[in-house]
Design a protein around this ligand. Structure first.
Ligand code: CDP
Length: 784
């Protein structure tokens, strides 16, 4: 484990040295000379008209340098900014506030405490309006109109989107023996990274160059958006994303606080830091899910699936700021057919505004895939319940077969590769499924309050967005660049457009180069997170780094290898065709002793050696990788729970996860990614929800209310793997960062409901808190 492999294999993260010694450099660690501090005044109301804002007392505070309001920004044409979904969002409110915690004013002061104190001195006169908290209420004809900033708008409807074949689906439903129907909610949750969001904006009044140090998963996209929004020349903007303490989708968008820090710096001529606190993060910067779903599965009486029909009401909050490629208003929800061989499928999604925070980020998943997987995996258990079939057997009967790949789903997604039955068999063996069922039968027979539940889920993810002809964000095509330079002494630097947030990119991307060139990962520096130093690209989210930037890395390394071949041929005075590659060197075919190492070649490429016609010196390459397709990782998960029928308390006793992400670059990092995602799943299934009261007050503004799972709630995960390489990825790798977050919630919920089966409980919504389980057992399910 401690020795450094010359390529793929488990090695400790290179970045651990600085993280473990407290030498990380996060946005809040940045301190620039003369730096000022910003704080945001937020709305106490979910919906209210702003009558007046009096900032005079705050401005008189001795340490305050500027107070910015919506009116100030309106004067600069910056009061509203575009969202990632072609809507607009208020930077600072001018007319109304539309969710509790919305940004109303920004104070810039000499220190953080004075900025916060001065917020108290701002006097805002609000006229309260009735809020719309429930997405179903949003569509009622008499519902208050939230977005009356848009001329002519008379309702809260955002979009209707559909996919699949309605007629074909209706036809298979008409001839089905059985139709299982279930309403379910994937509640609003929050990514809650350890580090909250923040920015330090530094506008140099002399050079006119703006540097923004910020918590972003997509530095290049942020730079372009700043240029478009603020009308600043793009070459005069530098976005630096230093170490990031977790993103999970929370750091994809541009938040009002970032823009206010930039304006604060322009107005004062000094660097301005804004870093939100935990409550601000939970209340205002993004959310995830909030999908009200109705699933219908049609099948024969022996459980052969025929069709799936889905209706979704999607709560997008007060501004449609959902992060996803333009053509996909419901993200990649189109993969709701899951991992199954289904004859026909149809789905309709309606998006609505409510008086809640905007955002709709893909919290550790590829644009709404978690919702899709949860729906189909819950529906499989509902069907198994109705048919009294074993849920694992029902899945095995309907899983896609290896010979069906590449497989085009009924909604038009081309799954690249897979052997699904093998993964499910492996998971069932690892968990000792048959023995567990026998134990369960015995316990049920004996009666008592200690219930055993076994939950299965099977997921297919779709990760690695583009290609750019199908996918863009705000018009920016989803392709990513990479540049590799080998220095004269054979050490290398790799520059990437993606941005690690703790996933270990500095290690794994160096390992890809190591595998291709035979240079030790320790001799390869990975540079990212600085738009002045890296090639353009759309960044890291939706597990796209390995599928896109990982592919770009392999391509540039191979280009360097090809260049090295020509240099080696000049050194060895043979034709390039006479050379053969082994990791780290080119040698003459049939004469292994006559060879040159990549380090020798690097020196020669920079030397006075006469190179063949048309070959420039040095050893470097660049590429822009436009992925031909998404990659489709998959997995089979089994969760085992004990449920106390007396209290409703759930204990996760065992969890087996078999993941297939194609070729694994660093198995240890892959396992770490899976562990984190499984904990996410336990959190969402059992304890997390961003709840609101009927006035729109946010009830999850701290970690006392919004509960994160700890080691106390998590079992010792047991992992397995299968390896089915992606046929179109240069190294056969698929993404994995989010697989476990996608696959695990359904396994946990299915396990709890399996325990409750003897009580006739067919479904209950997440989170399955003790109160929710107890209520379900007593016939009155809780509604979130
Ligand atoms: O985009 P993001 O980094 O969040 O997700 P990812 O591409 O799935 O990668 C997460 C981490 O796992 C990275 O360090 C990858 O290089 C690593 N990984 C791996 O070692 N092998 C794979 N097949 C996939 C990811």
């Amino acid at each position: 484990m401690t020795t450094t492999p010359m390529g793929y294999g488990s090695m400790h993260r290179k970045e651990d040295a600085r993280f473990l010694r407290g030498r990380g450099n996060y946005v809040d660690d940045i301190a620039l000379p003369g730096m000022l501090h910003g704080a945001v005044l937020r709305s106490p109301f979910a919906h209210a008209r702003i009558v007046s804002v009096d900032t005079s007392a705050a401005e008189a505070h001795p340490k305050v340098r500027a107070v910015i309001t919506g009116e100030t920004l309106a004067g600069l044409d910056l009061a509203w900014m575009p969202t990632l979904s072609h809507d607009v969002q208020a930077v600072l409110a001018t007319d109304k506030v539309r969710f509790q915690g919305q940004e109303v004013a920004f104070v810039v002061a000499e220190d953080r405490y004075s900025a916060r104190d001065a917020l108290e001195l701002i006097d805002v006169d609000y006229e309260a309006l009735p809020p719309v908290v429930d997405a179903r209420r949003a569509l009622e004809p008499d519902a208050p109109v939230i977005r009356d900033d848009v001329e002519g708008r008379t309702d809260n409807h955002i979009f209707d989107w559909e996919t699949g074949d309605k007629q074909a689906t209706d036809d298979v439903f008409a001839r089905a023996d059985v139709v299982a129907v279930q309403d379910m909610l994937y509640p609003r949750v929050h990514p809650a990274p350890m580090e909250t969001c923040g920015a330090v904006a530094d506008m140099d009044p002399v050079t006119g160059k703006l540097t923004v140090y910020t918590t972003t998963q997509a530095p290049h996209a942020h730079r372009t958006i700043y240029a478009l929004v603020a009308g600043l020349p793009e070459h005069k903007i530098r976005v630096v994303s230093p170490d990031i303490g977790g993103g999970f989708g929370n750091k994809v968008g541009i938040y009002p606080g970032y823009v206010c820090a930039v304006v604060g710096s322009i107005v004062t001529g000094k660097p301005v830091k804004w870093v939100e606190d935990r409550s601000e993060n939970l209340m205002s910067t993004s959310f995830a899910r909030d999908y009200h779903m109705r699933g219908e599965l049609a099948s024969t009486k022996d459980g052969k699936l025929l069709g799936i029909r889905v209706k979704v009401l999607a709560d997008h909050g007060a501004f449609n700021g959902t992060a996803q490629p333009t053509k996909f208003p419901a993200g990649f929800f189109g993969v709701f057919t899951g991992s199954y061989d289904i004859e026909a499928a149809h789905c309709e999604v309606t998006g609505v505004y409510t008086n809640k925070a905007p955002g709709g980020v893909a919290y550790a998943c590829s644009f709404r895939i978690t919702e899709a997987v949860y729906l189909v995996e819950r529906m499989m258990d509902v069907l198994a319940f109705d048919l009294d079939l074993d849920p694992a057997e029902l899945r095995m009967k309907n899983l896609l077969r290896p010979e069906q790949f590449p497989y085009e789903s009924k909604t038009g997604w081309e799954y690249d590769s897979g052997d699904y039955p093998r993964a499910l068999r492996k998971a069932l063996e690892l968990v000792h499924y048959d023995e567990l069922r026998a134990e369960q039968a015995k316990r049920r027979e004996a009666g008592g309050e200690n219930l055993l539940g076994i939950g299965v889920s099977f997921f297919t993810e779709a990760v690695g967005a583009g290609p750019r002809k199908h996918m863009d964000i705000l018009g920016l095509g989803m392709a990513d660049g990479a540049e590799l330079r080998v220095h004269p002494t054979g050490k290398a630097v790799l520059r990437l457009s993606c941005q690690t947030q703790g996933q270990g990119h500095e290690t794994t991307f160096a390992q890809i180069v190591a595998e291709e060139l035979g240079i030790s990962p320790d001799d390869i520096d990975v540079v990212h997170g600085d738009t002045d130093q890296t090639p353009f690209g759309l960044g890291t989210y939706g597990s796209r780094s390995t599928p896109v930037s990982g592919a770009a890395t392999a391509v540039v390394a191979r280009r360097v290898r090809d260049r090295a071949k020509i240099v080696a041929s000049a050194m060895l005075e043979v034709s390039p065709d006479d050379l053969e590659w082994e990791k780290g060197r080119w040698f003459v075919k049939g004469d292994p002793e006559a060879g040159k190492s990549i380090q020798d070649i690097a020196m020669a490429a920079h030397s006075s050696l006469e190179l063949p016609e048309g070959v420039e010196g040095h050893l470097d390459a660049s590429c822009v990788y436009n992925p031909p397709n998404l990659t489709y990782p998959f997995g089979a998960y089994v969760c085992v729970v004990d449920v106390d029928a007396g209290t409703g308390q759930v204990r996760v006793r065992d969890f087996v996860a078999v993941d297939d992400c194609g070729v694994r670059i660093n198995p240890m990092i892959v396992e770490g990614q899976v562990h984190g995602g499984l904990a996410d799943g336990v959190g969402m299934a059992l304890m997390q929800v961003m709840a609101f009261d009927e006035d729109g007050n946010h009830l999850g503004g701290s970690f006392m209310d919004y509960l994160l799972p700890t080691s106390m709630e998590c079992p010792s995960w047991r992992l397995g793997e299968t390896v089915t390489p992606s046929p179109h990825h240069p190294i056969g790798a698929k993404g994995v960062g989010e697989s476990a977050t996608v696959g695990s919630p359904a396994a946990v919920v299915n396990a709890v409901l399996d325990a409750l089966k003897p009580y006739g409980v067919r479904h209950a919504d997440m989170p399955l808190t003790p109160a929710a389980v107890w209520s379900a057992l007593h016939g009155s399910p809780l509604r979130t």
